[in-house]
Design a protein around this ligand. Structure first.
Ligand SMILES: Nc1ncnc2c1ncn2[C@@H]1O[C@H](COP(=O)(O)OP(=O)(O)OP(=O)(O)O)[C@@H](O)[C@H]1O
Length: 338
């Protein structure tokens, strides 16, 4: 689907499927089109082109059914200042015609003790908890959560995560957008990254890691000649660079680079006093940067074949955050591997 506001597309030719029973994370920088997509799903706005199905229904023709079966926590939810949490829930319960109890719902989101206080007196986090309770009314088949972590303290963040899992266990499909990428990693089965209205990456975390234009760092602690290990590793396809960690060096950034010649040289190939004093034999760690996680086994095999035993191999996998940054920056400037 495409949604234009005047000449500008908020969402451009977006094709996206979320499977029943999935927890799907919808990620993207500010203004990427996440809320517009959610508004389209709920028929709050209509597509300029294309079509949408929600639970097999057309949100435009079947809007009542869609709203009945979907629970939504909208971005920028605002409360009725002079109404209590109980009133807010009653409103949704009556509209949906369900037999939920406001107390039980508020208990789930940790707001039971404030049930009869005016929502106008609530903090931002309390308002967000109330919005989540409202989304849970009627055991929806699909739960759409737009930035559910916003304004929440760590307990609240955990509550959202637990509720997402509980609802999913019950059979609900969960579709949520978030900037809190560490949480996305903990909750989602699959995720899509939106950039300027277009989907630039999609998959499970493993798939995104394998495809992302971002490097993974493999640290090998070796029994044997680290320089020999470095040379073997650097010959493996998919290795961006390999370096021998200098004694006392905190990270690979300070170590000698693969193109730089022997470990006693700096990046220009010139020996430096500190490098000279810090050269192996103390160093027994080789840091290898990989294009993707799946190159790991080849590197280990190459080093072992070169006759260097590996005591430990630690892989530092890219976080959702680094994947997100790399994918959205690449989309912005046709970027390079970083
Ligand atoms: N009603 C509107 N009229 C004009 N432009 C709009 C309208 N709604 C959204 N846009 C534009 O569409 C683009 C996508 O906005 P949207 O709110 O969907 O992004 P988002 O990914 O949800 O961002 P955020 O993370 O900041 O909430 C933005 O450029 C925004 O300015």
């Amino acid at each position: 689907m495409t949604k234009r506001y005047g000449p500008d597309a908020a969402v451009e030719d977006l094709s996206l499927s979320v499977e029943s029973g999935e927890i799907y994370g919808f990620l993207g920088p500010n203004g990427a089109g996440k809320s517009t997509t959610i508004n389209l799903l709920m028929d709050y706005v209509r597509p300029t082109e294309g079509s949408i199905r929600v639970l097999g229904l057309d949100p435009r023709a079947d809007v009542v059914d869609v709203h009945q079966r979907v629970g939504i926590l909208p971005d920028g939810f605002s409360v009725y200042e002079n109404r209590t949490a109980r009133d807010h829930l009653r409103l949704v319960i009556d509209t949906k015609g369900t037999d939920d109890h406001p107390e039980a719902l508020l208990e789930r989101v940790g707001l039971a003790e404030a049930i009869d206080d005016d929502a106008g007196s609530y903090s931002r986090g309390m308002r967000q908890r109330l919005a989540l309770a409202m989304a849970l009314v009627g055991e929806p088949d699909l739960l759409i959560l737009d930035e559910p972590f916003s304004g929440l303290d760590p307990h609240g963040v955990r509550t959202v995560r637990e509720i997402a899992h509980e609802e999913n266990e019950r059979g609900a499909t969960i579709f949520f957008s978030s900037h809190v990428l560490g949480q996305v990693e903990l909750v989602c089965d699959r995720m899509g990254i939106l950039h300027e209205g277009e989907l630039v990456a999609e998959g499970t975390l493993e798939e995104l890691r394998a495809e992302a234009p971002v490097t993974t760092e493999l640290e090998l602690v070796v029994d044997g000649d680290p320089e020999r290990a470095r040379r073997a590793a650097s010959g493996v396809s998919g290795v961006v660079d390999a370096s021998v960690a200098m004694a006392g060096a905190p990270s690979s950034d300070e170590s000698s680079s693969v193109e730089a010649g022997p470990p006693s040289a700096d990046v220009d190939g010139e020996p430096t006093p500190s490098a000279t004093t810090a050269t192996a034999p103390a160093a027994d760690t080789v840091v290898v940067r990989l294009e993707s996680t799946d190159r790991r086994e080849d590197v280990i095999a190459a080093v072992e074949e070169a006759g260097v035993a590996i005591r430990r191999a630690d892989l530092e996998e890219p976080s959702v955050e680094s994947i997100f940054v790399a994918q959205t920056e690449e989309a912005a400037d046709g970027g390079e591997l970083r």
